[in-house]
Structure formats: C-alpha cells, structure tokens
Design a protein around this ligand. Structure first.
Ligand code: 13P
Ligand code: ZN
Length: 271
C-alpha cells in the first residue's frame, strides 16, 4: 500500500485550500470542498474494506452510492489543511443506503464532513446529470463577490451581464452565466436542494450575502471559475461608483462568442 501523503489528490486539495486561504476567500472555517475520487486510485493508498466509522448524512443520495469523496471537515480552517490533512479532511464513501457516509480516512479528532454536505452532494448529482466529467464542488467567501451581493440587483440575467461586461475573459470563462440564490439559512437540505437545482444549468451559483459555489471537472478548473468571477466582481467594486467612460457592449460580447465559439446565454444579451 502506498503512503497517502504522496497521493496526487491529497496534494492537490492541500494546495487548493492554501491558495484559497491566502486569497482571502476562506476566513476561519469558511468554505468547503468535495472532490470525487476514482476508486482504483484510492485503493492504491487505502484498504477500501476498512471503514473507520459511519456518519449519517441526513439525506438520501442514491445516485452517489459507492462514490468516494475527499471532503473538508466542518469547523476546520483552510489555513490548517496543508499542515495537518488527516485532521482537517476526510475520505468518505456513500454507503448502500445512500444516506450514510463511511469514513475511510481522516477526521482524526472525531470530526466530520462540512455542514454544507447537502449542497455539495446534491450539486454533484445535478452536475453529473449534465456532465459526466464533473468531479469537484467548491464553496468559499471571496470578498468582492460577497460585497457585490450587497449592492447589485441579485437577479441572474442582470448579475451575469454586469460580470460579463467587467472584463473580456468573463463570458469566455462562464458563458453559461451565474445562478443566484436569495439569502437562505446555510448548512440545510433546503439550501442544498436550491443550489443543486441551479447547478443543473450553471457551474457557478452565488449565495446572496454568503458566498459562491463552483463546480468543475477538477480542482484547477473549479478554482479558475471562482477566480474569474471574483476578478470581475473586483472590477465592479473598484469602479461602480465612478463615471464609466468605456464599457464592453453587447456587440462586443457577440464578437467574443463568435471568436471563442461559445455556447452562451443568448437571452442575456439585448440584441
Ligand atoms: P463548515 O465549517 O461546516 O464547512 O462551514 C463553513 C461554511 O462556509 C458554511 O457555509
Ligand atoms: Zn459558507
């Protein structure tokens, strides 16, 4: 059996959490990640017949039975993941009943997965239903995105248009636009269901006055989606109170869509 410290998936999630912390996206225990792993890959490092303990998830995820995820722990700080992964992360497998997590590694101090597991697992189900390559769901609290939710209309078309017009790369990176939820109590099955519903059409969902969810085929892609939204939100927050002399027009957006062959939300343009 190989040493799990050398596992590429562990190194990747450690470096993602450290980068996210340093960018200010994950204060204290803010944010969480779930990353679906390949069973054969995990079997190189862990005995898959050895379940440390079982933890009820509080909801049924039949579509994910047998799937294995590495998930950040609830109450754990992203800042600390890299120096102590076995305490701050866990590897879980969804048991045959669909409602229990079998702990295969981690949560060493008796802890458990993020309180946002419903939003994560339900979002995995939604994304997998439209994209079989999806592996990652990532949640965090980036400053400018969060600030924007205080002052911008929280309507999907309006918000997406504003973000697309902040910088040229926006529509190229997220042509499918941004899903938006109103303020809701976090860590519940209700917000999980609402997020997953949005995830059927979007890889990005903003929770008003809370943060953002991203989904993608790997940690880099998902990180990049959130990073691009945050950059656009930063442009907005740096300039919203200033007179605008130059802006990206709807015609410019169409030209970008042609150049990059984008499958974009045409109904979001006024053309
Ligand atoms: P957890 O510590 O349970 O992951 O919660 C952090 C968070 O961001 C809640 O939305
Ligand atoms: Zn949060």
């Amino acid at each position: 059996m190989k040493n799990i410290s050398d596992a590429p998936f562990l190194k990747e999630i450690c470096s993602a959490t450290s980068n996210m912390y340093r960018l200010g996206w994950d204060e204290r225990n803010g944010g969480n990640i779930s990353y679906m792993l390949n069973e054969n890959e995990v079997a190189e490092y862990l005995d898959l017949d050895k379940v440390i303990r079982t933890i009820p998830t509080g909801f049924e995820a039949k579509e994910l039975i047998g799937r294995i995820f590495i998930v950040t722990g609830t109450g754990k700080y992203f800042k600390n993941v890299e120096k102590d992964p076995e305490n701050n992360l866990g590897i879980i497998r969804i048991a045959k009943d669909g409602a229990t997590a079998e702990l295969l590694w981690g949560y060493n101090d008796g802890g458990q997965f993020t309180s946002e597991l419903p939003a994560h697992l339900m979002s995995h189900i939604s994304r997998l239903s439209v994209d079989s390559e999806n592996r990652v769901v990532m949640h965090c609290h980036p400053d400018y995105t969060l600030a924007m939710t205080q002052i911008h209309e929280m309507e999907e078309r309006a918000l997406t248009r504003t973000l697309w017009k902040q910088m040229t790369e926006s529509i190229v990176v997220f042509p499918d636009g941004i899903g938006v939820l109103p303020w809701m109590v976090c860590g519940t099955n209700e917000i999980g269901k609402a997020t997953a519903e949005k995830m059927k059409k979007h890889r990005l969902v903003i929770w008003t006055l809370h943060g953002i969810y991203g989904a993608g085929k790997d940690l880099d892609e998902t990180f990049g989606l959130i990073e691009t939204v945050e950059k656009a939100a930063k442009q907005y927050m740096l300039t919203a109170h200033l007179p605008k002399l130059n802006t990206i027009t709807d015609e410019n957006l169409v030209a970008l869509a042609k150049r990059f062959n984008l499958d974009y939300r045409k109904d979001y343009l006024d053309i």
